[in-house]
Design a protein around this ligand. Structure first.
Ligand SMILES: Cc1ncc(COP(=O)(O)O)c(C=O)c1O
Length: 392
């Protein structure tokens, strides 16, 4: 039985505000903070380096998290690389593939800048980039990707859930088209992970990138890159750790995943990420999906009933809703909500092309997590209703 009031006890900050910005960064539950504190108080040491007991303990705990995260997404440990966020994970793919002049990448108009800029920056290398359009609800038709594909298409990079529309893409179908045409598929899972089951086998993707601090409720500064064939990806960084042997003129890198993680990693962050995945698993991912999508769908339909409100995205949305109030600037609306203790995000949400496609400069976005309630949806709708009555 899903008990949201019990869950909320793990998030004391929710007594201060109505937090509807979890698509940017979610709140961190007490048990996750405690596990990170435990690292600092009881076993701080470096990862994978010391022979002494304390360092071995740190290393074992860090490796346990890798096992847990790999299991959570249906991957193997050597395919599961820790990064500092989804942005870094995507850049590691863009910079780690050996590109040739004339290679082709397909991405979409929906993408967060983090899944667009790394590809656009390949153009000076002679890589061609196609940006396919979605429909007005933010849904990509796999057919349009099929039309854009060429024999030089090396990679398709698509978001699982749009951070603007909340639309959920048909990743399996896109994967089928990619693989039938000899291309690989990168899925940006930043907005789906922790909010719905995400399994790399079921999605049939070659790369999956996500952050720890959104749906997973982990700490900022953590992320994951899943790579189906790590041996085909060149590590971008190198240095201490992740290396088998070094002479003054040469070196031999270690196997994946450590060759992708040189330097001291974010050990407390990764430890916290492990606890966050455990937390999400305990609550249950399908229950979370049901709870979060119900809140977002309810908010979307109630807002759409108000006069002078435009709601973006499809009915069948994931856990967020973007909207505008008639001629008002989205930041002004968000500031009014803030005066009522409601935290929402406004502006272009790092997805300027999506807004250019819609012909607007931005929107207000309310995004939900497992700790939000129907009462909070009611408070949001109530303030917006008042705004439409008094200001438009
Ligand atoms: C769809 C999507 N992709 C990528 C990112 C980038 O995430 P991060 O800033 O954690 O790297 C975000 C962040 O909001 C996002 O919504």
């Amino acid at each position: 039985m899903y008990d949201v009031m019990l869950l909320r006890k793990d998030f004391p900050v929710l007594e201060r505000v109505i937090y509807l910005d979890s698509a940017a960064t979610s709140q961190t539950p007490g048990p996750v903070v405690e596990v990170m504190n435990e690292y600092f108080f009881n076993y701080t040491a470096n990862y994978g380096r010391g022979a002494y007991g304390l360092a071995r303990e740190t290393t074992e705990r860090y490796d346990e998290v890798r096992k847990r995260v790999a299991r959570f997404i249906g991957a193997k440990e050597h395919q599961t690389i820790f990064t500092k966020n989804a942005t870094e994970a995507i850049n590691m793919v863009a910079l780690g593939i050996k590109w040739s002049k004339g290679d082709h990448v397909i991405t979409s108009i929906l993408e967060h800048h983090s899944n667009l800029l790394p590809w656009l920056r390949l153009r000076p290398k002679g890589v061609e980039i196609s940006v396919v359009e979605s429909d007005r609800q933010g849904i990509l038709s796999p057919g349009s990707i099929g039309e854009a594909i060429t024999e030089r298409t090396k990679l398709i990079a698509i978001t699982h859930v749009s951070n603007v529309f909340g639309s959920i893409q048909d990743i399996r179908e896109i994967a089928k088209i990619a693989h039938e045409n000899g291309a690989t598929l990168l899925v940006d899972g930043a907005q789906s992970i922790g909010h719905m089951p995400v399994n790399v086998g079921k999605l049939d993707c070659d790369f999956l990138a996500f952050s720890g601090h959104k749906g997973l409720l982990g700490p900022p500064g953590t992320g994951v890159l899943y790579v189906k064939h790590p041996e085909r990806l060149e590590p971008v960084y190198s240095g201490g750790g992740g290396v088998k042997s070094v002479t003054k003129d040469s070196f031999e890198l270690d196997e994946s995943p450590v060759c992708f993680e040189p330097g001291t990693p974010n050990i407390p962050g990764v430890i916290g990420l492990g606890a966050a995945v455990e937390y999400v698993e305990k609550v249950g991912i399908t229950d979370i999906e049901h709870h979060v999508t119900s809140l977002a769908r309810d908010a979307a339909s109630r807002l759409a009933e108000l006069p002078n409100i435009e709601v973006y995205g499809p009915l069948e949305r994931a856990g967020l809703v973007s909207f505008n109030v008639a001629s008002m600037d989205s930041h002004d609306v968000s500031m009014i909500l803030d005066e009522h203790g409601i935290c929402t995000r406004s502006g272009h949400h790092c997805a300027m092309p999506a807004y250019q496609f819609l012909g607007i400069s931005g929107s207000v976005r309310a995004s939900f997590a497992l700790y939000n309630t129907q009462e909070e949806v009611g408070a949001l709708v109530g303030v917006i209703e008042e705004v439409t009555r008094t200001l438009t």
